[in-house]
Structures are given as C-alpha cells and as structure tokens.
Design a protein around this ligand. Structure first.
Ligand code: GLU
Length: 483
C-alpha cells in the first residue's frame, strides 16, 4: 500500500509548535516511505475564521522546509484541499449515514440540551446525549421527523453510537485501544446550518484523499473511536492511526502560551535557525539514537520511525533549543549565515559592511554566540569605533603607568607591514618578554582601547580583522585621551 499522510490544520491564526511537530512527523514519515504528504485546511468552523491564517501557516511550514506534494497551493488529484470548498460532499455523506441507519436526525434546541446536561450533572453522570429521551427520530417517530424537516425546523445529524459495543483500533504509538460505546457521545455530524463538524469532514476527506496513516496529536485520541465508527458505517477501511505525545512545559503542564512562545513565527523572529528549530522539534518525543542530537532534514528522514515515538509527553525545553541553535551557529556554512545577517546590519545603522568582512566577523564570533543577530550587538565594535568604555574594566586594567607601557608597543605595531594575527601577537610577545611582563598585562589594556568591552574574541584575531589602520587609530585615540 502506498503511504499517503496529511497535515490537517485548522487555520486559527498561527502555527503552534505542536502543529509543526505533527506536520514534520507526517513529512518525515512520507519521505521515509517514498509516499505523499498532503496539506488539507480544515476550516469547517467558520466562527473561528481568522484573516490570513492560511497564509501564515503555509509560510511557517515553508520556512521550516516542509513542502507538500498536494495542497491548496500546488493542487493535486484529490482536491479541493480546503474543506470549505467541499461542503456539498459532507452533506451528501451525512445523509447517506442517516439512510443506512448509522446516523439520525435530532431537533433539540440548545436550551433543551443545556437542561439535559444539568440533569445529568445533578445525577452525577457524565454528560452525554441521551437519545432515548431527547427529541429525535427515535422518540418522535419517522412520520413526525419527516414532517418537521418538511416544515423547515432546525435539525442536526448525529452519529448513532452502539450503546454497549466495544470499539477497537490499534495505534502505532499507543498500541491497542478499546473504548466502550457507552462512553462515546452521539457526535453531531452535520450542524443545523448544514455545515459538517470536524469529525465527519475529517473522516470523509481522509477516505476520499486515500490517506493511509493518520498521524496527529494525542488530543485527538478521544475522538478516534467516533472516527472508527464512521469508517465502519460507511463501509470504508480505517487508516492506521498514530497519536503523538503531548508537548509539555518544564513543570510538566500542557505547553501553553502563558509560559512562553508557542507560535513558530515567534521563534523564527527570535532568530532561531530553521535547521536548529526543526532538529529540536523533531526530537520532541523521538530520538533515533541515544548518543546523538544533531540531525539535518535528510538524516531525520532516513532515520524516522513512528514506532519509536514515545508515549509519554515531551518536555519543550527552551534551554535545549538555545543550545541547539548555538551548535548550528558553529557549523552552518559561513556564506549562508552571512546572507542571513547582512540585511539585519542596516537596522543597527551599520550600512557599509561588506559581505566579505561580515563573514570574517561571523567566523570569529561563531563559537561564542547563540544567535547570529547577537553579532551586531555583542560585537558592535567590529563595525564602529567604541562608543564607550566599560567603566569597571577600565578601572581594573588602566593603571597609572599603563599609558607609558602601551606607547612603545603601539609604535611596534605601527612598524608591522603585514598586519596579521601572528605579527601583532609576535610583536606583543617580544615586547612583554623584553620588559619582564606577562601577556595579560597588555592584552587587557589593548582590548579596552580597541573594543571598549571586557569580553570578546581573541584579541589578535580581532585586530587582524579590524585591520591595521583602524586598530592603530583606536589605540592612539585612547592613548591621546589619557593624561
Ligand atoms: N483540524 C484538526 C486540527 O486542527 C486536525 C486533527 C487531525 O489531524 O485529525 O488539529
């Protein structure tokens, strides 16, 4: 059987990291098996409509490197891929279920349903549609039902859940799942406005789109028995299910906005590399090996195995994400990072930075940063003369005789023709040795004069990149400002 999977988001405005994980696992699974990955937009709930939500979703998915074989944008043989463009289909299938006795008409008003729930609550029984007492086909009879419909009274179509039967399905991650019909509600399939609910539309589409595996978040596990009944009622074969573990905050509560970002676009804005973010998200609930954490997309595809996904919730650890990003800063191609950072430079008014120069600066600082965009802030002095000098550093390293010590060294620097790290280092070493000093006696003052800051990259490498003219100017400017 060929593998066909789908990512079926409801366009609620942004892509949640949990959604990205679901999309990614579908994508990895499809690619691993040489199958197809479909994007279907589930917008049956028109009350939750959000402008541009679909565009945002697609742009976040594309940023992450997830491309679909079939989607509203690229089309495909099983379209349309937006549920609101398929409404007539659902109506037809909903009616089919009524005709074959698997679903029924019900006429209850929302007040009547509220009263039912209240009664059940008082009696201490879980809320569930009671088809033996409410107003529906069974209690009203066929004739009355037909009369009401002909009169135009509002109705819904509900799934007739067998009252005592066990509903079984096997899940690739959770194993065998058995639920008794008495614990499953008579789900509304078609609403009074004729729109389908998620459950009906989802099953109809998964079938019509020939989906082989349904891979989705664990929050949908309780809905699956209803779906299994629907497949049975239509006489269709069930897809294979795989429900992915919940994402948790560090305190093991369900991942929520209240404890930090959950929207993929936020992480993107915060400056995470897509490579690092995708790597991190892929390991939320799965890891191909115990001794390795860094995988690129192709390696993820090669290793992906749904059966190895954990059952227990996966902790979303932002510190680990940062660590992951730092690993990528160290190893991503310099050219790629330079192109990425280049447009950011103007935001700091660093307008005349060449690509070549920026690449050298990134290379110098990549071991010391977590985010690329820290460079214009942390290493601002690589693009402008120091605007201030850290007071504490100055107090500590600029002594009464420091100027006196530094003047001859700067003269030695001025005599260097080939301005390299080795040359300035050699000159400095020679100078301190000849004067019975230690390297650190001069390194700190040099760092202070050239950068204004107490921390940075190797001082001689820094000066090499700044160049002779710029380095000497900074040294002399500072020396001249001191008595
Ligand atoms: N539209 C559902 C969601 O927003 C899809 C669930 C499923 O994959 O069946 O998550």
């Amino acid at each position: 059987m060929s593998v066909r999977v789908r990512f079926a988001p409801s366009p609620t405005g942004y892509l949640h990291v949990g959604g990205l994980r679901t999309a990614l696992y579908n994508y990895l699974f499809a690619k691993h098996h040489g199958g197809k990955c479909v994007l279907r937009i589930e917008d049956t709930d028109r009350t939750r409509f959000v402008e541009n939500a679909q565009e945002n979703l697609i742009s976040s998915l594309r940023w992450a490197g997830i491309e679909f074989d079939e989607s509203p944008e690229v089309g495909g043989d099983y379209g349309p891929y937006i549920q609101s463009e398929r409404f007539d289909l659902y109506k037809k299938y909903g009616k089919e279920l009524v005709e074959n006795g698997s679903a029924y008409y019900a006429f209850d008003t929302s007040e009547e349903l509220d009263a039912m729930r209240e009664r059940q609550q008082k009696a201490g029984i879980p809320p569930k549609y009671d088809r033996t007492v409410m107003r529906n086909e069974f209690t009203l009879g066929k004739e009355e039902t037909e009369r009401l419909i002909a009169e135009g009274v509002d109705y819904v179509v509900r799934l007739k859940v067998p009252t005592t039967e066990d509903i079984r399905f096997s899940d690739l991650i959770r194993g065998e799942v058995v639920v008794n019909g008495k614990d499953v509600d008579d789900q509304i399939l078609l609403k009074s406005d004729g729109f389908p609910t998620y459950h009906l539309a989802n099953v109809v589409d998964d079938h019509l789109m020939a989906i082989s595996h349904v891979i989705r978040g664990e929050e949908w596990l309780p809905s699956t028995p209803k779906h299994v009944l629907l497949y049975k009622a239509f006489g269709w074969e069930c897809p294979t299910f795989a429900h992915l573990p919940l994402l948790l905050n560090k305190d093991k509560t369900k991942l929520s906005k209240r404890q930090g970002s959950v929207a993929v676009e936020d992480f993107r804005e915060q400056g995470y590399f897509k490579e690092a973010f995708v790597n991190f998200v892929a390991l939320l609930g799965w890891n191909p090996t115990a001794d390795r954490e860094i995988f690129d997309m192709q390696e993820l595809i090669d290793n992906f195995n749904l059966e190895k996904v954990n059952k227990s919730g996966a902790v979303f650890d932002v510190q680990k994400l940062e660590w992951m990003n730092a690993q990528y800063v160290k190893t991503l191609p310099l050219d790629y990072m330079t192109d990425m950072l280049m447009p950011e430079m103007a935001k700091y008014d660093f307008n005349n930075v060449s690509k070549e120069y920026l690449a050298k600066v990134i290379d110098l600082f990549k071991e010391r940063i977590t985010f690329l965009k820290q460079i214009p802030v942390f290493a601002n002095y690589m693009f402008e003369k120091p605007t201030e000098y850290e007071e504490e550093y100055l107090q500590k390293h600029w002594k009464e005789n420091t100027k006196e010590i530094m003047l001859p060294l700067v003269e030695k620097f001025k005599a260097i023709d080939d301005w390299t790290h080795d040359a300035t280092y050699g000159a400095t070493k020679e100078y301190v040795e000849a004067n019975n000093m230690k390297l650190k006696d001069v390194i700190h003052p040099i760092r202070l004069m050239v950068t204004g800051k107490s921390v940075g990259a190797g001082m001689f490498e820094t000066m090499e990149i700044l160049g002779k003219k710029e380095s000497i100017e900074r040294l002399e400017f500072f020396l001249n400002s001191q008595k």
